[in-house]
Design a protein around this ligand. Structure first.
Ligand code: CA
Length: 402
């Protein structure tokens, strides 16, 4: 009998009417930070640990990147990578060759968590060479906010042309935290932008206000115009770009199986996985798991409220999530449909298995890599990670036997 099976004898889950399964222990073994909270449904947190741990091969393809944040694959052998200080570079995936900074990147406010953040290619990049950048934009008087610009990558790949800002988060704030900023396309060519609530007690409350972009997911057409079927276009006081609200700081998002999936930095003990739907309220800062980093309750300290959505899954203690993806390739056998999340602390990758829209298992991988900001699936099913450091790296991950 395996050690996991022995460990799990005390935790018998009943699925359906009559099928008992012996469940493994969850990954965290210590107490949660918020000891008086209970999940809203089974397996909303601390899903059984997955075994066995796969043998993985990691290859440091590029080193010396200054806090890299986002990656976009251009073709089978090249990608664009952002560095938070305000640089965009092209990398060769096989040789690791790194281009000089691409010219024409907008000015960024690189203090704190700010700077040049995500990059994504237009769905029809092959014909129009358009790309999109999210960044902390200086707005005067020490204020800043997340903006998204569109530009054309020159034919020789050395500069951005015809750059135009297509979205500006309002209001700007004097804060160097919680910019959100992940960029995701759906199947119909809408662009989703995740937006943080700037962390401070004042702007935090605006996550619940439809007249503010703070703490939101917004949805745009590729040219920056507003889709006619956005949920709040007919409400006068609401900002029409809003898709969903009540978010804290979403740095991870992907489109999968016809839905937007997001991973959100919560307070201490409150990181969340959500599938944000049009017009819905994800609760921050009225409801949340976990507690403030001071140990105080957030608001009234409640985890549920009518009209506010529960996370699909939450972590206490947290994983400090960067980006996420859902695996589609063939290279990692059996991983199709698994959620892969970049972890800043404890670091490495978090892997989740799903049973429908319920999390059924969790695994921690490659924690020795330390802070990972981005995880992306590249050409031929390899995984690519960006580590968050002044000497950050682009790392290829493949199964050790493949
Ligand atoms: Ca929430």
């Amino acid at each position: 009998m395996s050690r996991n099976l022995l460990a799990g004898i005390g935790a018998v889950l009943w699925l359906g009417a009559s099928v008992p399964l012996v469940a493994a222990e969850p990954v965290p073994t210590g107490p949660p930070n918020a000891t008086d909270q209970t999940p809203a449904f089974p397996a909303q947190t601390r899903a059984p640990a997955l075994a066995p741990e796969p043998a993985l091969q990691t290859t440091r393809v590029v080193a010396g990147l200054d806090h890299p944040w986002g990656i976009a694959f251009v073709d089978n052998d090249s990608a664009l990578v952002t560095e938070r200080a305000g640089r965009l570079r092209r990398v060769k995936l096989t040789s690791g060759e790194l281009s000089p900074p691409i010219e024409g990147v907008p000015e960024v406010d690189a203090r704190g968590q700010g700077g040049l953040l995500d990059v994504t290619l237009a769905p029809n990049f092959a014909t129009n060479r358009q790309l999109y950048l999210s960044y902390a934009e200086p707005r005067g008087d020490g204020r800043n906010a997340t903006s998204v610009a569109r530009a054309r990558l020159s034919a020789d790949g050395t500069r951005l042309e015809s750059l135009a800002v297509i979205f500006r988060q309002e209001p700007a704030w004097q804060s160097t935290r919680h910019f959100g900023s992940r960029l995701v396309w759906d199947d119909q060519g809408h662009l989703y932008i995740t937006l943080g609530e700037r962390s401070l007690p004042g702007p935090r409350r605006q996550a619940q206000s439809l007249s503010s972009h703070l703490g939101k997911v917004v949805r745009l057409n590729a040219d920056g115009s507003i889709p006619a079927d956005n949920p709040f276009v007919d409400i006068d006081e609401a900002r029409p770009e809003i898709w969903s609200y009540g978010h804290r700081n979403i740095q991870g998002a992907t489109w999968y199986a016809g839905k937007l999936w997001t991973i959100e930095h919560g307070p201490r003990g409150g990181d969340e996985l959500n599938v944000p739907e049009a017009g819905k309220n994800y609760g921050w800062p009225i409801i949340t798991y976990g507690e403030d980093y001071s140990g105080a309750d957030i608001g009234a300290g409640i985890t549920a409220h009518e009209g506010m959505e529960q996370p699909l899954y939450y972590w206490d203690p947290v994983i400090a999530p960067g980006d996420m993806t859902i695996y589609r390739g063939e290279r990692f056998a059996g991983w199709q449909g698994n959620i892969l999340i970049a972890s800043l602390a404890p670091g490495g990758l978090v892997r989740l298995t799903l049973d429908g829209e319920r999390v059924s298992g969790e695994q921690r991988l490659l924690t020795s890599l330390g802070r990972v900001r981005d995880v992306a699936e590249g050409p031929s099913g390899a995984l690519w990670l960006l580590t968050d450091a002044t000497d950050g790296a682009l790392i290829r991950v493949t199964p050790a036997n493949n």
